[in-house]
Design a protein around this ligand. Structure first.
Ligand SMILES: C[S@@+](CC[C@H](N)C(=O)[O-])C[C@H]1O[C@@H](n2cnc3c(N)ncnc32)[C@H](O)[C@@H]1O
Length: 260
């Protein structure tokens, strides 16, 4: 499965890696703000290279980090959430940019619920690809660096220009929503609407915010502040969201098991 939205897939250049690193620090800060003080047991679902898991360990949490692509070293498990078989309860489950990839979102969330203690929290940062409309795509493409010298192209270019070019449409991004929807369908990605609906069935929301997402993939001089300003000016959509919810007590297997 191609994973074009991992920040590890960025085309290397100092400025872009700078924004990617800043994104990662913001994600870490957000998660740490949500999960209270250690000690606490945290499960990370879809940990990728493991940067967040290491940051949580460094902050004093007991961490298990799973991913079908995880490295085989302590704290990491090379397994999807569907097959993960260790016992809970966990105090927190954290999922950063992974839920839109899982095959069956309802089953994955049921599994997460079953692993959380009563009142345990789910912390999610997700990509809302379904909110990339024409103006958002135009803005992103206008801020893309010239990668032709590197012989590499970002997923944004491949998604819009590549598909348009395949169709002989040199105008390219004019049909951005259709290109993105077709690409997401081919990849089997869940939309933000689907994810939030399924999460809402199982968790009581504590906080929710929409944020810019595309900036780490853009040019050297495009920051999160530029993304926020464009969102506030109504020029682009916010294409990520941050969610925190508590498992509803009637949903917690551990509450039922304890007879509470
Ligand atoms: C876009 S990457 C995000 C990685 C990391 N969380 C980050 O923010 O850089 C999505 C990750 O989800 C993982 N993933 C996909 N399906 C999964 C599943 N069913 N269970 C656990 N992880 C999964 C992928 O292997 C991939 O590493």
């Amino acid at each position: 499965m191609e994973l074009p939205f991992g920040l590890a897939n960025l085309v290397a250049s100092p400025g872009r890696l700078g924004e990617a690193a800043r994104w990662q620090r913001r994600v870490e800060g957000f998660v740490l703000d949500q999960i209270g003080n250690p000690p606490a047991r945290v499960l990370e679902v879809g940990c990728g290279k493991g940067d967040l898991a290491y940051a949580l360990v460094g902050a004093g949490y007991s961490v298990t980090a799973i991913d079908p692509r995880a490295r085989e070293v302590p704290i990491f498990r090379r397994v999807g959430i569907e097959e993960f078989s260790e016992l809970g309860p966990f105090d927190h489950v954290v999922a950063i940019l992974s839920l839109h990839h899982v095959e069956e979102i309802g089953g994955a969330l049921d599994k997460i619920v079953s692993l959380l203690r009563a009142g345990g929290t789910l912390v999610v940062v997700e990509f809302a690809w379904d909110l990339i409309h024409v103006a958002t795509a135009e803005w992103a493409l206008a801020h893309l660096p010239d990668t032709s010298a590197l012989g590499k192209h970002s997923w944004l270019e491949r998604c819009y220009r590549g598909r348009a070019h395949d169709r002989g449409d040199e105008g390219g991004h004019l049909d951005a929503e259709a290109h993105v929807a077709r690409w997401a369908g081919e990849e089997g990605l869940h939309s933000s609407g689907q994810m939030l609906e399924e999460i809402g069935r199982r968790f009581a929301q504590r906080s929710f915010s929409r944020r810019p997402y595309l900036y780490p993939d853009l040019g050297d001089n495009t920051s999160e502040a530029d993304g926020l300003a464009a969102i506030e000016a109504g020029e682009i959509n916010a294409t990520s969201f941050c969610y925190v919810g508590a498992v509803a007590s009637d949903r917690s297997a551990f509450t039922r098991w304890a007879g509470a």
